[in-house]
Design a protein around this ligand. Structure first.
Ligand code: NAP
Length: 222
C-alpha cells in the first residue's frame, strides 16, 4: 500500500514514516508544502533506515503530489492547518483514497496543557467538514509520542485508538497500525467519539511533564 504523509517532514510524520518503512513493506511518501524539504527529509529517513540495514526508497513531493500517488493520506500537520492542507490536496483525493487524522487541538496555559477543540467539536470533525464527501476519514495515532515512534530502538508496547464511520477504511488503517511492531490498534467506535481520544493527548503531556521517566509515554489498555 502507498501511504502519503502530508507534513511528513514534522515530528509525527517522521515517527510514522520510519516505523512503516522499517516494520512493513508499505511504500512511504513524504509530503510537504516545499518539495525540496520533502526530498531532504525523505533522504534523511532513508539514511537512518539504511544505517539499520533496511534499504528502502522514500520519495518526497509537494503535499498534492504525495496525495496523488497514495491511497492512504495522513494529515500529519498542525491541527489548525488541516482544512488548508485538505484544500491544497483535494483534487488529488479519489473515492478509493482515505484520509487519516492524528491531529488534536491543544492549548498550553500556565497551569498545563488543555484540550482546545475547534468549533466543529473535534479536529476530526473539522477534517470531516473539510474533506470531499467521497473520501472516508479515520482518526488514529492521536495519543502516540512522536519521539518514541522515531526512536527505532524504543519498544512501543502501546495502543492506538481508531475511530471511523466507514468500516472498510477503519479496517485498512487498523491493518496499517497493526503492522507497526509493538503498536496495538483498538476500535473506539465512530467519528463522533473522536473528541474523547483527542482530549487524552494533553492529559498524557501533563503526566509526562510531572513524572520522571515518563517522557514520551503512551497508553496501554488492559
Ligand atoms: N508530535 C507528536 O508527538 C504528535 C503525536 C500525535 C499526534 N500529533 C498530531 O500530529 C499533527 C502534527 O504534529 P507534529 O508534532 O508532527 O507537528 P509539526 O512537527 O509542528 O508540523 C508537522 C508539519 O506540518 C507542516 N506545517 C506546518 N505549518 C503548516 C501550515 N501552516 N500549513 C500546512 N502545513 C504546515 C510542516 O511541514 P512542511 O513545512 O514540510 O509543509 C511540518 O513539518 C498535529 O496535528 C498533532 O496534533 C502529534
Amino acid at each position: 500500500m502507498r501511504i502519503a504523509l502530508l507534513g511528513g517532514t514534522g515530528d509525527i510524520g517522521e515517527g510514522l514514516a520510519l516505523r512503516w518503512a522499517y516494520d512493513t513493506d508499505h511504500e512511504v511518501i513524504i509530503g510537504s508544502r516545499d518539495p525540496d524539504k520533502a526530498r531532504a527529509k525523505a533522504d534523511e529517513y532513508e539514511t537512518e533506515l539504511s544505517s539499520r540495514g533496511r534499504d528502502v526508497k522514500i520519495n518526497g513531493f509537494t503535499n498534492a503530489m504525495a496525495a496523488d500517488r497514495a491511497s492512504v493520506v495522513v494529515l500529519a500537520v498542525p491541527p489548525y492547518h488541516v482544512a488548508d492542507t485538505i484544500d491544497a490536496v483535494s483534487d488529488s483525493l479519489s473515492e478509493d483514497d482515505l484520509l487519516v487524522t492524528p491531529a488534536t487541538g491543544i492549548k498550553r496555559e500556565d497551569d498545563g496543557f488543555h484540550y482546545h477543540p475547534p468549533k466543529a467539536g473535534s479536529v476530526t470533525a473539522l477534517v470531516t467538514d473539510a474533506a470531499p464527501d467521497h473520501v472516508p476519514i479515520v482518526g488514529a495515532f492521536h495519543n502516540l509520542a512522536a519521539g518514541r515512534l522515531a526512536d527505532l530502538d524504543a519498544d512501543l508496547d502501546i495502543d492506538t485508538l481508531l475511530v471511523a464511520d466507514d468500516p472498510d477504511a477503519k479496517e485498512t488503517v487498523w491493518l496499517l497500525a497493526d503492522g507497526i511492531e509493538g503498536l496495538r490498534p483498538l476500535d473506539a467506535g465512530g467519528l463522533a467519539n473522536a473528541s474523547e481520544i483527542e482530549a487524552l493527548t494533553p492529559l498524557l503531556i501533563n503526566v509526562a511533564q510531572h513524572n520522571d521517566g515518563l517522557h514520551d509515554l503512551g497508553v496501554r489498555f488492559q
